[in-house]
Design a protein around this ligand. Structure first.
Ligand code: GCU
Length: 602
């Protein structure tokens, strides 16, 4: 027995040392691709629906080299090829497949995408195939050759295809599989539709051979007069010069590359980004071969006891939670215009804060929100009961975290990285999320770490926040459904709260369901009156929580979820929206709006 303990102990020590030993490496993602010369591969893609993965495995379930990724064509009349992309159905990219084709509404499994595109080689250039997001697992092939695999439905990934492209016609094939599995992140049950497909844009990005890979430009912590950062270069020589210019501040600094990286700092007094004045500056990073431009804001975010400070000023986060569900057409949001519909409603509500749930939303959503002055909570889908003891699950979660931070690290609007939502208390969970928080701080120590908890215990006279995760995070998110999942509506206003931590608390979820247009008594579930009464009672409850520094009620708009089958009421929609998916505002919308406007008057 003793010997076994030692082995287990040795295993755990080795496991954590191997994680800790990783030096700060960002997922290598070209930064701010909007500013890059690129060919869009959006549009119609040919598809083959393949529930048995017949295009990947032979009848012995072995991977085989004659799979659909070969995009084989009949050469002679007797040839036997039992698939043909060119005569197949088509889907739009970007977009989920579930809302594009009725017969794919419930589909979870493998679906093959194929796209042809022309390419003209240019000397001294590198090319990347860049996917903004594919749900859930993507295996990518170019001209029949495997490029690689990506797991995780909400973050970008890329492949260097410089020496794989051919002059003239090329074809890319993607095997997309959105099957839910226990070991995945998220795991098998989630309260949002498992929209499958190439859900965000695809690009062929061309950059000079020696190019700017990645960079970080931010105000140094706790200063308002020093901007610092770094630039990483591909195929650069030591000593190569890099210039970082902020024209509007009449500031330019020179730095030199050592081992592919150049660090810099600039003494400057930028106008600070804040919800009331979301000031962005053009930042130009230039080398002898490459140039990138980005619109970047400069701000500080910190806490002081239970207060959240933006640029040192106590700021209450008047928020709303949002799923990446498009209004009217429903399905995944695929354009900046669709983002703006949701963001304009949040503005109308009087918000200065958005909880983008439960996964990283598109770069367009984050950038549009930043321009509009929204503070952002961005989250990875470590949701409910994932496999906390599975190291592959941990590696997957850490990778999604790394990609999320890599993509949005230059966004001033993003102030909170959320590690998880409603995870059950346990030792493995604490160390799992604890390690994610450590990794996040390693990658970016300028933002606040949070997680949404639903573990509040019953204290002497009310709810007590004492979850050990409260120790790990900077800001504690609390999901609490008084009047819906527990307690009757009127009881909420008198509930008292206490916390074991002297840290800010954000009420990350409160709410209840209502079908737009259904009216009745305030104690009649699903009526607008019930939802409105619930909001009124919860608002009274929250007015008495002195350590609460923000909230993001659940949720801006009704969204699709396969956990919501109640016909004529839910019809596959979670009805906790303040607005229906057809844009109709429910009574509670105006109650929350009034509460936020009231705050501004104070
Ligand atoms: C949970 C969860 C949400 C879910 C909501 C609900 O708190 O975080 O994802 O949609 O409750 O039940 O409506």
């Amino acid at each position: 027995m003793k010997r076994l303990d030692n082995i287990a102990l040795l295993f755990f020590i080795f496991f954590f040392i191997s994680i800790a030993a990783q030096e700060t490496e960002y997922a290598y993602l070209l930064q701010n691709i909007d500013a890059r010369q690129k060919t869009s591969l959006n549009g119609k893609w040919d598809i083959i629906v393949d529930p048995l993965e017949n295009g990947f495995y032979n009848h012995r379930l072995q991977e085989y080299d004659k799979g659909y990724f070969k995009n084989a064509k009949v050469q002679s009349p007797s040839d036997l090829i039992e698939y043909n992309f060119d005569t197949s159905l088509q889907l739009n990219v970007p977009g989920d497949w579930n809302t594009q084709m009725d017969k794919l509404y419930y589909y979870e499994g493998t679906l093959w995408y194929k796209k042809d595109f022309a390419y003209t080689p240019t000397s001294n250039q590198e090319s990347f195939l860049y996917f903004e997001a594919v749900n859930y697992e993507a295996i990518v092939y170019l001209n029949g050759e495997k490029l690689g695999k990506h797991v995780g439905g909400y973050t970008p990934f890329q492949f260097n295809v410089t020496d794989k492209l051919v002059e003239g016609n090329n074809f890319v094939v993607v095997k997309v599989d959105n099957k839910r599995k226990k070991e995945n992140v998220p795991t098998v049950n989630q309260d949002w539709w498992n929209y499958g497909g190439i859900t965000r844009s695809v690009h062929l990005i061309n950059v000079p051979k020696s190019h700017i890979e990645d960079y970080s430009v931010q105000l140094e912590k706790e200063t308002t007069t020093k901007i610092s950062g770094w630039v990483t270069m591909a195929n650069a020589n030591n000593g190569d010069p890099v210039s970082i210019e902020i024209p509007e501040l009449k500031k330019t600094v020179k730095a030199t590359v050592t081992n592919g990286k150049a660090s810099f700092s600039i003494n400057a007094k930028p106008k600070l980004w804040s919800p009331n004045s979301p000031k962005l500056y053009e930042v130009i990073i230039e080398t002898s071969t490459d140039k990138v431009v980005n619109q970047i804001g400069f701000r500080n975010i910190s806490t002081d006891g239970s207060k959240i400070l933006v640029n040192g000023k106590e700021t209450f986060l008047k928020g709303i939670s949002i799923h990446e569900e498009a209004a009217f057409k429903t399905g995944r949001v695929v354009s900046a215009e669709e983002c703006k519909v949701l963001l304009n409603w949040a503005k109308e509500l009087g918000c200065n804060f958005l909880r983008l749930a439960h996964y990283p939303h598109s770069e367009a959503m984050v950038k549009e929100a930043e321009k509009m002055g929204f503070l952002i909570w961005s989250e990875i889908p470590v949701y409910w009961t994932i496999q906390f003891e599975n190291e592959d699950t941990y590696a997957n979660a850490e990778n999604q975290l790394t990609e999320m931070i890599s993509r949005d690290k230059n966004r001033a609007a993003v102030v909170l990285w959320s590690m998880a939502n409603e995870t059950p208390e346990s030792e493995p969970r604490l160390s799992f999320i604890g390690n994610l928080a450590k990794k996040a701080r390693q990658l970016d120590d300028t933002r606040l770490i949070t997680a949404a908890l639903d573990t509040q215990g019953k204290g002497d006279d009310g709810n007590l926040i004492e979850d050990p995760l409260g120790e790990v995070v900077d800001v504690i998110g609390i999901n609490n459904y008084c009047g819906w999942y527990y307690g009757d509506v009127d009881s909420c206003s008198s509930i008292k709260w206490a916390s074991a931590y002297n840290k800010p608390m954000i009420m990350s979820e409160i709410g209840g369901g209502a079908l737009y247009g259904l009216h009745g008594d305030a104690n009649e579930r699903w009526t607008e009156e019930y939802q409105d009464a619930l909001f009124k009672s919860n608002i009274e409850m929250m007015k008495n929580i002195d350590f609460m520094s923000g909230l993001s009620p659940w949720i801006l708009m009704d969204f699709r979820s396969s956990r919501r089958p109640l016909r004529r009421i839910q019809d596959d929609f979670n009805r906790k929206g303040l607005i229906s998916e057809q844009g109709m505002k429910k009574k509670a919308f105006f109650t929350l709006q009034e509460y936020y406007l009231e705050m501004d008057k104070k």
